[in-house]
Design a protein around this ligand. Structure first.
Ligand code: FAD
Length: 400
């Protein structure tokens, strides 16, 4: 597309008309915000921006939404930030509220937390598979007149004082140079946006993979609570999905062995392994481009924070980006600063919890087995745990 110099005096009437038409087309098709990635972070950002009247375009490389659900728990903070969209009520109606968490050692409960009626939140943590949460966000977005463009991949981008230009690849191999005023990278842990910005994703990985099963389980475990079993060679996390379907995550040699002791296992509907990393992007934004969700931070699923923190990023981004588009560009800097601080703090905290539960090396195993059950009775430790799983361990700030 040729650029139009708004200050030029047209010497040829036809050229002027052509240029005016081209400019109008550019203005009408150029979205204010291009969002790369339609996972929970990108969908929430698109929805919250569209509700503020900002024109958005959202693309995703995948042809279909994923049918597998990594995240299961929607925390109180997420339900708070999505409340006005109507999506929270849908999540609460479709899911079930977690009553608490129980810690087991030697097949008996050594510590219990009850989730929270005391933290001033409207909704408790709610169990709903990620795929269903994403479908609800996509439906609410559709009601705003925005659909996800699938089979479109962001390859790279450049930016200048006026706009961002993203190179998009379509399924038929066609390349498009897409202009937008701003760009939000919600394209997951292997983010092309982060790479195009040249940002480090520093941190560490745990050596061994963790295993995951979604399976039928007949057990005496309380179905309304999450359970963590401390085992000699690791831990097992157990949470009911619905009916007799449960999610099991563990890091030992045979995490299911612990469950065979206390119940009987049935059909496995999904089995997977995943590697745990704790990483934060060097910045949450550069100029007109910002990062949110797994593109900006990854950590272990203990604490159930990844998707929830991404949706919180989306909420803060929508506020800052809408203000920036309305003439206050400094708000983009606010986003980058505010969120980078939160990302570092949350990843540090979840990393520490993960090290402890993981129980390696042996002195940490000793702390885990001997100290945690006792310390967990202390009021401040209980508050910290409740605030962490509720996503309430930092204030929700949209301004510095
Ligand atoms: C076992 C497990 C359990 C978990 N449990 C929880 C939990 O209970 N609660 C919780 O909050 N979190 C949990 N998480 C983490 C959570 O699943 C992730 O943090 C969440 O999916 C991140 O969302 P996102 O939108 O940022 O990224 P993603 O979900 O990764 O979405 C990124 C999207 O971008 C698209 N994409 C990628 N590259 C491009 C590109 N170049 N161009 C266009 N599109 C692109 C992808 O197709 C994808 O759709 C869990 C994770 C695991 C592994």
């Amino acid at each position: 597309m040729r650029s139009v110099d708004a200050g030029a005096t047209p010497t040829d009437g036809r050229l002027w008309v052509f240029q005016a038409l081209e400019w109008m087309t550019m203005v009408s098709t150029r979205p204010a915000v291009l969002i790369a990635g339609a996972g929970p972070t990108g969908l929430a950002a698109a929805l919250l921006l569209a509700r503020r009247g900002v024109s958005v375009r959202i693309i995703d490389t995948a042809l279909q939404p994923s049918m597998y659900s990594k995240a299961l728990a929607v925390n109180s903070r997420t339900l708070e930030v999505l409340q006005d969209t109507g999506v929270s009520d849908c999540i609460v109606a479709a899911g079930w509220a977690v009553q608490g968490a129980s810690l087991h050692q030697h097949d008996r409960v050594v510590l219990q937390f009850d989730l929270p009626t005391t933290l001033g939140v409207r909704h408790a943590m709610t169990v709903l598979p990620q795929a269903r949460t994403e479908a609800m966000l996509a439906e609410a977005l559709q009601a705003q007149g925005v659909s996800v463009e699938r089979g479109v991949t962001l390859k790279t981008l450049t930016q200048d004082d006026a706009q961002v230009t993203a190179t998009l690849q379509h399924l038929d191999g066609r390349e498009e140079q897409a202009q937008s005023a701003l760009l939000f990278g919600a394209d997951g842990a292997h983010s092309a946006v982060r790479e195009a910005l040249g940002l480090d994703f520093a941190g560490s990985n745990l050596a061994e993979p963790w295993s995951l099963w979604d399976l039928q389980l007949h057990t005496s475990l309380d179905p309304w609570r999450a359970h963590i079993l401390f085992e000699p060679d690791g831990f097992v996390f157990v949470l009911r999905l619905q009916d007799d379907q449960w999610r099991v995550i563990g890091n030992g040699n045979d995490p299911l062995a612990a469950l065979r002791r206390i119940g009987s296992l049935g059909v496995v509907s999904w089995q997977s392994q995943f590697h745990i990393g704790h990483r934060v992007a060097a910045q949450a934004g550069v100029g007109r481009v910002a990062l949110g969700g797994d593109a900006a931070h990854i950590h272990s699923p203990l604490g159930a924070r990844g998707m929830n923190l991404g949706i919180e990023d989306a909420y803060v981004y929508a506020d800052c980006a809408a203000d920036a588009l309305a003439g206050d560009p400094a708000r983009l800097h606010d986003y980058a600063v505010l969120r980078h601080q939160v990302h570092k703090a949350v990843v540090r905290r979840i990393g520490a919890i993960t090290q402890l539960v993981h129980g390696r090396p042996p002195w940490l195993r000793w702390m885990r087995d001997e100290v945690v059950p006792l310390a967990g009775h202390l009021a401040f430790a209980r508050q910290l745990m409740l605030r962490t799983v509720g996503g309430l361990d930092h204030p929700l700030k949209t301004r510095p």
